[in-house]
Design a protein. Sequence first.
Length: 640
Amino acid sequence: MEELIRIKIEESIFFLKKGAPLSEVLTGLPISESPILFRSDHLLLDLSYPADKERELSLVFAGDPEALETLRHSASHLLAQAVTELFPGVQVGIGPAIENGFYYDFLRDNPFTPEDLIAIEKRMREIAEQDIPIQRLVLSKEEAIRIFKERGQELKVELIQEKGGSEVTCYQQGDFIDFCLGPHLPSTGYLKFFKLLSVSGAYWKGDEKGPQLQRIYGTAFFTEKELEDYLNFLEEAKKRDHRRLGQELDLYTTSDDLGGGLVIWNPKGAIIRHLIENFWKEEHLKDGYDFIYSPHIAKLDLWKRSGHTEFYDAMFPPLEFEGFKYQLKPMNCPFHIIAYKSRQRSYRELPLRWAELGTVYRYERSGVLHGLLRVRGFTQDDAHIFCRGEQLEDEIKGVIQLATRLLKAFGFEKYQVYLATRPDKYVGKLEDWDKAEKALEEALKSSGLTYQIDEGEGVFYGPKIDIKIKDAIGRLWQCTTIQLDFNLPERFDLTYVSQDGTFERPFMIHRALLGSMERFFGVLIEHYKGNFPLWLAPVQIAILPIAERHEAYARELQSRFRAEALRVSLDDSREKINKKIREAEMQKVPLIAIVGDKEMSNQSLSLRIHGQGDQGQVEIESFISKIKKLIEDKSLETKF
RNA sequence: GCCAGCGUAGCUCAGCCGGUAGAGCAGCUGAUUUGUAAUCAGCGGGUCGGGGGUUCGAAUCCCUUCGCUGGCUCCA
C-alpha cells in the first residue's frame, strides 16, 4: 500500500506517491514556461525534490530575484566541474553564492593563472551548452564518504564528517558530484550569463593556520543586461576609485618614504578637510559639545589601566625614554577620561559632551592597508559623552540626529542602521546593559530610522549602534558608530556627586560620526566622483583669459573673487582657450570664467559650469551673490 | 601576516626567445594671441623598486628584500 502525498499548487490539488519527484505535478498544470524551482513556504526546493509531506507549492521561474542565489550557487558548481575536468587532481573546497556572485575554493599545488581563468570559463560555457541535468542525490553518510574518498576529495570528506547527518544530499552533473544542500537549477543549460572575475588566496575554513586554497570569484545573472549592468557598475567603481582621483586631482600623497598607511593631505585635499572640519565644529557647538585637544602619546601605564594593552592588539610597540615607556595612542578615550577626572564632577554639569578631532595610530597589518580607507594614522571625529542614566536616551537621540544632519549635508540620505546587543562575553552589570540597550533602541525608534538588531554582536564593553551610508552608486560604507562603555568608567573609577551627595558612576558614550577624516574623505571622493560641490571644491572658479591682453582684467576679477574668500585659479599659460577649458574640466573645477574682448568691454564674464557647458555671459556682482548663496547653502548642485 | 599578480621617466604604459632603454601626456624653452574639452617645434628627464647571483653581457633568467594591487585573515 503506497502512501500518497497531498500537494497543493496553483489552486490545484495533486496526489503523488511518497518519494516521487515534485516535478510530476507540472504535467498537470496549464503552464507554457517551465519553472526552475518550487517555493514551499519560504523554502526553495528543486523540481526533483521528493514528495515527502503535504505541501503547498508555488512556482519559481528563471529571473525571479529569489532564485538568483540558486543560479549563482549552480554557477559555482559549474565552475567546480570545469576545474575538476581541466585540472585532474584538484580538490574542491566550498563554493557558495555571495552578495554579487559566487566563488569556489580549490586546493591545488599550482595557482591559477589569468589564462587558466579564460580556459575555465570557456569550459564552463561548453558544459552549460550541453545542458547537463543537475541531479539531487540522497546518500548514506558512509556511501558519500566512500564516493568522495574514491575521487580523492579529502576536503569534502572532512566536511561530510563534520556536517553530514546519517543521510547527506549531494548534487551530480555529469561526472562531477558535490556535497551540497541545494537547491540547484534543473540543468546547466540555465547558466548563460556568467563571468569569472578574479582569483585569490583563501584559507580553508577561514583558518589562518589551515591550508591555503585558491579562490576563484565570478558572477552570474539571469539576463545578459543584468550581467552587463553589473560589469558596468564595476567599471564605474573603478572610475571613482579615490586612489586614482586622489592622484589626478592632486588631493593627497602616500609614499614609500613615509611608510605604509600614512597619508599627507596635499593643499587641495587639505582645504577640503579644513572645510569639513569647520562645518563639523560648528554643528557640534550647536549641539552643546565642548572641544578637547590631547597629545599623540601617553605613558604605557595609562593604556594598561584602560585595558588596551590587554585587549587591543592594534597598538604600535611602545617608545621608551627617561625610564618610562610611552604609547602612541590608538584611541582618544583615556585622555578624555583623565580630563574628566581632573576634578570632582557634579550631577549638575552632566551631560558633558567632549569632542576632539583626535589623530590615532593603529598597527594594521600590511596586507589590509588600502588607500585612504584603511590606514595606520588617522583622525577620528571622536567625542565622549558622560551622562546620568536618565539622560542616556536623550543623549543618544541627539547623537543620531547630529550624525544624520552631518551626513545629509554631504548628500548621504540612505542608511543601514544596526543595533548590536550584549555578547556572551561581557563586562558590566546586566541591569546597565538592559537599560542601555533599551535607551539605544528607544532613541532609534524616535529617530524614525529603520534598523536591524544584531543579537549578541555588541563589543564586550557595551552595546552599540552602527550606521552605514549608501553612496551615489549604492555601495555601503561604515561611518557612524555610537558605543556605550561600561568598562572604562569602572576601570578609571569615574564618579560624579549626585543630588543626595553620594558618588555615582556616569554612563559613557563613545561616538564617531564621520568615522575618520581619512576614511570619510576617501568615501566622499568616490561618492562625488571627484566632483566636489561648490562649498568643498578646492578651486571654485577657474578664470581663463582668452589672450594675453585679457590677463590684466582676469587678475582684477581674481582679486575681486578673493576678496569674497572664493577659491580661484587663473590660467595664464600660452595655450588656446580650448586647452585651458579642457584642463579646468579635467580638474573638475565647478565654475569656469572665460574672459575676452567682449567680457572686458562690458565688465562681465562668460560662465561655463563643469559638466553643464557654456552658460553665456553673466554680470560680476550678481554672479558673486549667486555663488555665495550656493556656498552658504552647501548646495550639492551648482545650478544657475 | 598568508596566497597570487605587479613594480621601466612626474603620470599612463611599450620593450618577443638575455645584446647595456622607448612612446604619449606632464615639465622646460621658443613660435603662435587663439571664443567653449588637447596649436606647433625643440629640449631636459630613467643606476628599469633595492640587494645578490647566473652570464662575455641582465630591464629581460634565478634567489632575496621592500612596496603596491586583488582577495584571505584581522578590525576588542
